[in-house]
Design a binder for this molecule. Structure first.
Ligand SMILES: [Zn+2]
Length: 258
């Protein structure tokens, strides 16, 4: 079963790659089929198998030999592994499919943020509503017995998620006299709160700040980034949310995370 879930993750990862590439360009995500960005030739179905095709073609287009970004491979692998990890945590449950959808949205938004410094409203706004509605329908997502309990938990997640970043944005504006936090980040943390509840919002911020600092300093140390470069916070919020998701049903600093 784990292998099937992993393969399913690879397929969804392949779809995520299409969305990451096409959504910012305003192209349809369903048609036409995939084409090589270099020579425009259609990619054959057997050259479009997640992970395998990239390895067999050695990361190059079959026709024009232009190199294909290794990121396609990475996104597929990450999605496969995260789906597998979700299965190991939640088993074959409705929670597995809900959080798989959630992680897929985070991945897509994170990579679009890296490329364009924008968080896509088309995903994040429905995401807030969907997270809230699913919380009401499936209270066990939040280890709650009643729908009222999970409704409240998700609602406070949205409010606290957005509230903290609005507060930080205002403080940042006062202190540095420039935009420190984008509106997209505010909506993204509201969506994370809708799916995971307010306790995970705090864990998300904790890990997002920690990983953001460590990774940024490493990139500066490796001279891949400069001190004054803009750092999109969305991918780190996504990373933090994934970490906090796996704290669900466990204790963090002595608190039970439901
Ligand atoms: Zn080509």
């Amino acid at each position: 079963m784990g292998i099937i879930i992993f393969i399913l993750g690879l397929i969804f990862g392949s779809f995520a790659n299409v969305v990451i590439y096409r959504l910012p360009k305003g192209k349809s995500i369903v048609s036409p089929g995939s084409q090589c960005p270099s020579c425009g030739k259609n990619i054959l179905w057997y050259d479009n198998i997640p992970l395998l095709s990239y390895i067999l073609l050695r990361g190059r287009c079959r026709f024009c030999k232009a190199s294909i970004s290794y990121r396609y491979f990475v996104v597929e692998l990450i999605t496969g592994l995260l789906f597998l990890a979700l299965y190991l945590k939640f088993g074959l449950t409705i929670d597995l499919s809900i959080y798989a959808l959630f992680i897929l949205c985070l991945l897509i938004m994170g990579f679009i943020d890296i490329d364009t410094y924008l968080i896509s409203d088309i995903i994040v706004l429905p995401g807030i509503a969907i997270g809230f509605i699913l919380s009401v329908i499936f209270p066990q997502m939040h280890y709650e017995m009643t729908r009222v309990g999970s409704l409240w938990y998700s609602f406070t997640g949205i409010m606290i998620g957005a509230g903290i970043l609005i507060f930080l944005a205002m403080v940042g504006k006062l202190l540095f006299r420039k935009e420190a936090m984008g509106g997209g980040d505010i909506k993204l943390l509201a969506m994370i709160g809708a799916f995971l509840g307010w306790k995970c919002v705090f864990i998300t911020i904790f890990f997002a700040s920690l990983l953001g600092t460590v990774i940024s300093l490493t990139l500066i140390g490796l001279k891949k980034k400069k001190m004054e470069d803009y750092v999109p916070f969305g991918p780190y919020l996504g990373l933090g949310a994934v970490v906090s998701l796996f704290y669900k049903g466990m204790t963090f600093l002595g608190f039970f995370i439901n």
